[in-house]
Write a protein that binds this ligand. Structure first.
Ligand code: AMP
Ligand code: GLY
Length: 423
């Protein structure tokens, strides 16, 4: 089989490495991939949002199966376009990807179907938003409606900060069109859990739970990033909470989307907060999380391609999706200065004994050398029988990888280990 994976980060590298385990896979193309992914797939210089070129490439190269991994092409309708030319695909259609593409849509969906989430109001008029902020409880959370590279959420600790946030989104257009509509939301508290799931629209199969570390600095300080590391499973996600999530969130969401004529097929990501009032949805993503995928897929014992095809064919109920009982830890190595400003172009060396556990996010290749080319450069995942052992092994591997200007957090997994001890 010839497979095409759209995207070019650490998540796509993890998907590609897992797909390669299936012996019927002859060739994988990554569009655009990156210098590190090139070791596992043929990288093609077509951007993930260049839908016309993606379709042309897929038809010309007789692609048998496509995986669209990032949010933007999904929201733009890449899956619909691939299906139109007869290429089976993993990922939701445009009318279902809106669950991530519009926070106003997802909040209204949850309200209509009684799915637990933070209370909210939606505004497309600045004056009305400012009026509301005069009386709403503080802290409050301001969210740009559309996609904003993970930066469109502001937790306002004061009324002034809330006013500034809506002004910057709605008047100054800090996130362009994405911030023309804003959601002003109740501030929730509690540990966060990421649950990725496979769904074919009929059944939903949660994957192993995970915990992201979004802030740049140790101790959850500094700016929000795309994610500095992950662990799986997440100790806050007990079997009792998992049951509750299935009954009150996962199944109701799948049913709601189908009832709306927006059947969701692909990976639906539930960003949850375990509040004192029970688990609530913080966000939905219409795709695999990054870097959650880099800890979840290494623990998947079933064949990924078989599961993905079952999703596409609506046969997930008949397909085994099995995870190992082990734990995993992924530490992201970034360029110092990320997420703001950083130098790039430094040579990366990765010893052969750990290269299989490295997922490259931002690197180019030149004259046979791998060079840093992004903020997040790579992730190192190790698995072990216990979480503490997985964390220890990951940091040991991190120390073996060299590039100038490398930066990483030193406490990935620390909070999870503490939580596990408290149980
Ligand atoms: P999102 O981009 O929706 O994942 O939001 C980014 C981060 O903001 C989340 O991971 C949470 O830590 C935080 N956040 C979002 N919504 C809320 C909320 N209603 N209450 C408290 N924190 C929130
Ligand atoms: N790690 C968070 C996300 O993928 O959105």
């Amino acid at each position: 089989m010839k497979i095409m994976v759209v995207g070019g980060g650490g998540r796509e590298h993890a998907i590609i490495k897992k797909l390669k385990e299936n012996s019927s896979v002859e060739k994988i193309y990554a569009l655009p991939g990156n210098g590190g992914i090139a070791a596992d797939a043929e990288c093609v210089n077509i951007g993930a949002c260049d839908i016309d070129s993606i379709i042309e490439f897929a038809v010309e190269n007789k692609i048998d199966y496509a995986v669209v991994a990032p949010d933007d092409p999904l929201v733009l309708g890449a899956v619909d376009s691939l299906e139109e030319v007869g290429i089976p695909c993993f990922g939701p259609r445009k009318n279902a990807a809106i669950i991530e593409g519009s926070k106003a849509f997802s909040k209204n969906l949850m309200k209509k179907y009684g799915i637990p989430t933070a209370k909210y109001e939606i505004f497309d008029n600045l004056e009305c938003a400012l009026d509301y902020i005069e009386t709403c409880p503080i802290p409050t959370v301001i969210k740009a409606d559309g996609l904003a590279l993970g930066k469109g959420v502001i937790i306002a600790e004061t009324r002034d900060a809330a006013r500034d946030a809506v002004r910057s989104m709605m008047a100054d257009k800090a996130f362009g069109k994405s911030g023309e509509t804003v959601v002003v939301e109740e501030f929730l508290t509690g540990p966060e859990v990421s649950v990725l799931s496979f769904t074919d629209g009929n059944v939903v199969v949660p994957m192993i739970s995970s915990m992201d570390h979004k802030r740049a600095g140790d101790g959850d300080t500094g700016l929000n990033t795309g994610g500095m590391g992950t662990v799986a499973p997440n100790p806050y996600y007990t079997s009792e909470i998992a049951d509750k999530c299935m009954q009150t969130i996962f199944e109701p969401t799948i049913k709601a989307m189908s009832a709306e004529g927006r059947t969701f097929k692909g990976c639906l990501y539930f960003g949850l907060m375990i509040t004192p009032g029970g688990p609530k949805v913080i966000e939905y993503n219409c795709r695999f999380g990054d870097p959650e995928t880099q800890v979840v897929l290494p623990l998947l014992e079933s064949d990924l391609l078989t599961v993905m095809q079952a999703v596409t064919d609506g046969k997930l109920a008949e397909t085994e999706v099995k995870f190992s009982n082990k734990s995993a830890c992924c530490v992201i190595m970034a360029s110092d200065g990320y997420p703001v400003k950083y130098d790039k172009g430094f040579e990366i060396t990765i010893p052969d004994d750990i290269v299989n556990n490295v997922y490259v996010a931002g690197a180019s290749s030149k004259d046979g050398k791998l060079l840093t080319s992004g903020g997040r450069v790579l992730g190192v995942t190790e698995t072990a029988d216990t979480l503490s052992e997985a964390v220890r092994k990951s940091y040991k591997s991190v120390e073996k990888i060299k590039f100038d200007n490398a930066y990483y957090r030193h406490d990935i997994g620390a909070r999870a280990l503490l939580a596990a001890e408290e149980k």
